[in-house]
Design a protein around this ligand. Sequence first.
Ligand code: ZN
Length: 452
Amino acid sequence: MAARHCAPGGTRFLLYPQAPIINPGQDPEVVVVSSPAGSVGPGPEDDRMYAISPVDKWPPYGMQTRRDGTNYLHLPPWEGEIYPPPEPDGEGHFDHIDPESREFQAAHLFGCVRFVLDIWEDYFGHRIDWHFGDDFEQMELVNLPEYDNGHIGYGFLEVGSNLTRGGVFTLDCTNFDVIAHEVGHGIIYSMVGVPDPEKETGEYNGFHESAADLVAIVSCLHFDSVMDGLLANTHGNLYMLNRLNRIAELSENEQIRIASNPLTMSRFVHGWRKEHKLSQPLTGAIFDTLVDIFHEQLLDRGLISPEVEDLADQYEYDDRYQSIVQDMFDTSYVGNEAEFKDALTESRDIVGACLAETWRRLPPDHLTYKLVGEILSEVDRDFNDSAYHRIIASNFDQREIGMVETGPQLAKLPKENHMDSSRRMTPDSRELADGRKLSYCERMRVARRLAG
Ligand SMILES: [Zn+2]
């Protein structure tokens, strides 16, 4: 699978693999997206989307409440003033824009969305249509720093600003993880769809967050610097990432830290509150599958011995053996850096392509993590001759997926919850506020979203 950062004839952008404030001193990378040079206009804008930095836009898009307490759905397009848009250079590229300028923010937002879409359209093997394509041709990408969240919804992707866990203020338009995660939600709305409210499971919501994180993780591994950094820090012993106390040192990437979590489904037997927490066993199972496939690739290429792989496997969670395993990886890595990177690239693309096919086959109704595992195994059978059957089964088992039942949702979603109501609101939902009689299902859907 060709990495898009060298798409010939495409348009150049400067992208930060990690928010610059989180990783100061890091230069943005030149990325070439698939849009032919010259086809992206000021904004930037192409046939799929356009970015804007609006002046005094409030509130954010989505379901909003008027002063009299009634609700309405706020949707694009923004018709007010905007700050001057970034302009392409004479050859149609955007990599000349000063990263300190305001124009850079919209260019970065657009470049990230286009880059992530390129990567996943490659994995799916076709164009990914917007789920709101019936009503909007283009998606409006909004840079709204006043907003303390990021969300994708009907016709828009809107990002604000954030305080990191370390208490650092960061603009989401320069945060690749945040943008890629939102595009991930968009991909799932398009490819899996939304369940009938009566057939919606708690695990559907966890699955959505998990898929969005996985889109961000696989996408960030398309940056050379992320790949190089991960290998330089671990020498290929990615099991190290599962040892939480060291993750911060090993990867500045927040999504990777979330992915290498130890949570199992027992944790949710009595219920769950936030879908992002509920998503973690599934994300963990798939991330561990990626790590295991990588080690398998190293083994196949003769880069590590079966003994190293066995030992790494066996003592994944046992600190006493870590230094022995690490020594073995250190020895294997030195002098074979390029081959290790090749193996990780191949593993990333196996997982990306298998996830895409899994999502294409997955129905939104009655969705469970167990079903995700079963379909992933089917895809492995169809694509890889079941080469990774054992790996997938053992990682899903380790997370107790399908072994325990997920309990009920314990509390209403807090208003700031990430899986917010705005995402699923469609022009149909807007009619509620305007008094049109809705069907039972529509009323259920709107009532539940409003309650959220
Ligand atoms: Zn999310």
